[in-house]
Design a protein around this ligand. Sequence first.
Ligand SMILES: Nc1ncnc2c1ncn2[C@@H]1O[C@H](COP(=O)(O)OP(=O)(O)OP(=O)(O)O)[C@@H](O)[C@H]1O
Ligand SMILES: [Mg+2]
Length: 511
Amino acid sequence: MLRTEGIRKTFPGVVALDGVDFDLRAGEVHVLLGENGAGKSTLIKVLSGAYRADAGRVLREGQAVRISDAEAAEKLGIATIHQEFNLVPQLSIAENIFLGRQPRRLGMVDRKKMEADAKVLLERVGVTAPPRTPVGKLGIAGRQMVEIAKALSLRTRVLIMDEPTAVLTSEEVDRLFAIVRRLRCEGVGIVFITHHLEEIPAIGDRVTVLRDGRSVGQVPATTPQDELVRLMVGRSIEQQYPRETVKAEDAVASAAPLLRVSGLRRQGVFEDISFEVRAGEVVGIAGLVGAGRTEVVRAVFGADAYDAGRVEVAGKRLPGGDVWASHTVGLGLVPEDRKGQGLLPDASVSDNLGLVSMREASKGGLVDRGGLRKDAARIADRLGVRMAGLDQHVRTLSGGNQQKVVIGKWLLAKSRVLILDEPTRGIDVGAKVEIYQLINELTASGHAVLMISSDLPEVLGMSDRVLVMSQGRIAGELTAREATQDAVMALAVGTSAPGSTSEMEDSPRGH
Ligand SMILES: Nc1ncnc2c1ncn2[C@@H]1O[C@H](COP(=O)(O)OP(=O)(O)OP(=O)(O)O)[C@@H](O)[C@H]1O
Ligand SMILES: [Mg+2]
């Protein structure tokens, strides 16, 4: 129903697509797989009219078509949910769904009809918020559902989704999959991009793998993961989680605590938070979304205030709510929401990578710019940042490569205690391993890492100890050996009543 032949697209210094053939059938979920910068988003931008290809053809039902803009795509029944959403946060859900084509009556926008129509669409995707709710009030999953509702209203035959699950909880993923399956049954063709390989057999029919702007293979979604990885990165990955836990355990047991948090509380958000991270250790924080993990680490870092308790770094008490104090003692935070925080989109890759280190280095007066650039080149190379060169603006990097730059700049800065909130979101399997290696190097040289991740295999694979949070409390602590998927989940879903700390051990309780 939709096909491309020999699509080519270049940017200054980069061949993003180098003759891509791709085809989508009605009623299939076609997964587009590839490393960060392989060209996935560029291909779908060509299909959605955001970019014009330099060469090649797009065929819809066998006819060559020109997709010069979003409107042309819409006319062809193609709707796209981009990595960055296109909704207007100030407008209501209904206004967003019908933007530019609101039903009119006597020359006026017919709000009643618009909201009634929106309500029907929202029911189809399981959104309960009233159609008048401003989109800005919705969470990420809600916004995505609004995008899908909008696509449904356009009688979409081709739905393209760029990493829709990257920011969803597992429950939200289940809900999304249910909707995708229903659309597939209705004969909609779906292009689905993801870096989560385990999702592929669950939702996909076929997989096209892109590497360096070329299609290197089309395989069934039942293809084993290691085979997919080999196609994607051109080699196999021996060890996904290269942490040497046992060795670390021995070395760390006697080490001094670098980060000590005691009795931290924020009214109605979290309470009774006490833990330590020692030099050389990776401590993971697991828990369901909403358990308060991000809130806790933001308070620890000083990005948010807290009501009671204390935070010490290397024996020095931090004043609380003071980010600069954290910088001074060498406490760093890579936030969950990286887009808004800390990337200078119009600055170069090397300047962005050097940002934190430079601030540190310049404290002594002189800045070794050449040295910083060399370090930036080294880390960009290790993380495989796909770019035309170190001077390329970060804005024009692919989504995952922008993420690598944010993580890379903190790894480069070598904070004494580094807090990572969802460090590998949107990052491809190969680069993940490099990030883990860099974490290992940091801890091997005596630094401490505190890591939040919703990716349970990642927490289990990389942590020396795991703290499990549930409803604003630490529900339990597990050593690397004790921490299994079941043990963590049992603690995470536990509904221990506030005030009863003894329930920690009492895990499964019929969940
Ligand atoms: N506007 C642009 N200007 C310059 N280069 C660009 C632009 N858009 C994309 N590129 C380059 O094209 C290549 C492919 O990028 P694309 O966004 O398609 O990757 P992707 O496969 O979606 O990766 P990711 O998994 O990280 O999202 C990258 O090298 C990127 O830097
Ligand atoms: Mg992309």
